[in-house]
Design a protein around this ligand. Structure first.
Ligand SMILES: [Zn+2]
Length: 310
């Protein structure tokens, strides 16, 4: 994948740090969810691991080859995007980086969604940041640095990734061969979220959701027909999509503007329900999502029950 346009400037900056041997041993990457922190952090890991510092990443050295194959022994990851990072995982990683690099000159610890470290894990990382093992770089990502311990933040250099413009997002999705995802900007403005959606099995369902919901509101299709393409895998996207349309409708009632792709649906929603009802529906959908985790009832049946109660 090419470096997206909105990440070029911060990447140039980080490259300069590396080439001047001025890269801070701990870098905190912040930005909105889906702006590309993870992708960017991986690029930086490759930049740091390359053995030809002046030309990094050269793409041809042994380190570059292993990094590309994702088998570099000095590239360690703690992943908070899948749940809480626990202290044992941190200890294992810290113990590994306290040894010499196995291969080149540097070691990289990537911490995705660092705000998902529990307190013990955060303290263990803090200790490592205070007394960094030699030639080790810590790259932390977070969409909400407010939930990080201030002592961790104070040990890191910070780099904030700015959001792309709508045009940049659309252009990039086209480059990635996902033109259709550009029609989902009503659902998310985050380029990487849109890319993920376009690559998931929900793509088609989400693209037709505004029109389908309108048809359902107009009585053209039944609830079971509206959710016909929803399975367990797509359920969350469906609920999030309907919630997003309701939020847009609430917003539209105040501002009088919204993306033209969903204007028809939004006006339909406002014709059928008053604002108070829309707010209730919105909170019911939030509750439904929470319940889906807890109950073993058929989720599609729960969803149809919810729609029929509107
Ligand atoms: Zn290299």
């Amino acid at each position: 994948m090419m470096l997206p346009e909105w990440l070029e400037a911060p990447y140039q900056l980080a490259s300069q740090w590396r080439h001047n041997r001025a890269f801070h041993h701990a870098l905190l990457l912040t930005g909105t969810n889906g702006v590309g922190q993870h992708f960017f952090a991986e690029r930086l890991a490759k930049l740091l691991l390359c053995e030809n510092i002046a030309k990094a990443p050269c793409g041809v050295c042994h380190s570059c080859e292993l990094a590309k194959a994702e088998t570099h022994p000095d590239w360690l990851t703690l992943d908070g995007s899948q749940g809480t990072i626990k202290v044992d995982a941190v200890r294992q990683v810290v113990s590994k980086v306290s040894n010499k690099p196995q291969l080149g000159h540097t070691k990289v610890v990537l911490i995705y969604d660092a705000h998902n470290m529990n307190i013990n894990a955060a303290n263990a990382i803090l200790k490592a940041l205070e007394e960094p093992p030699s030639s080790t770089y810590f790259l932390l990502t977070s969409n909400t640095s407010r939930s990080l311990m201030p002592t961790i933040i104070s040990r890191c250099q910070r780099l904030t990734l700015a959001n792309p413009t709508t045009e940049q997002t659309i252009h990039w999705l086209q480059q990635e061969g996902k033109q259709g995802a550009g029609e989902l900007l009503w659902f998310s403005q985050s380029p990487f979220r849109l890319l993920q959606l376009a690559e998931s099995s929900s793509a088609e369902m989400m693209q037709s959701l505004p029109a389908d919901l309108s048809r359902w509101l107009g009585g053209e299709i039944r609830s079971d027909e509206l959710v016909a393409s929803v399975n367990n895998e797509r359920l969350r996207d469906f609920v999030d999509g309907v919630s997003a349309l309701i939020h847009i409708a609430l917003n539209y009632s105040v501002t009088g503007s919204c993306q033209k792709d969903v204007k028809n649906t939004v006006e339909n929603l406002l014709t059928h329900y008053d604002l108070y009802r829309l707010m209730t529906i919105s909170s019911n959908l939030t509750q439904l999502k929470a319940d889906l985790d807890k109950t073993h009832l058929n989720p599609t049946i729960q969803l149809i029950g919810e729609l029929n109660s509107w």
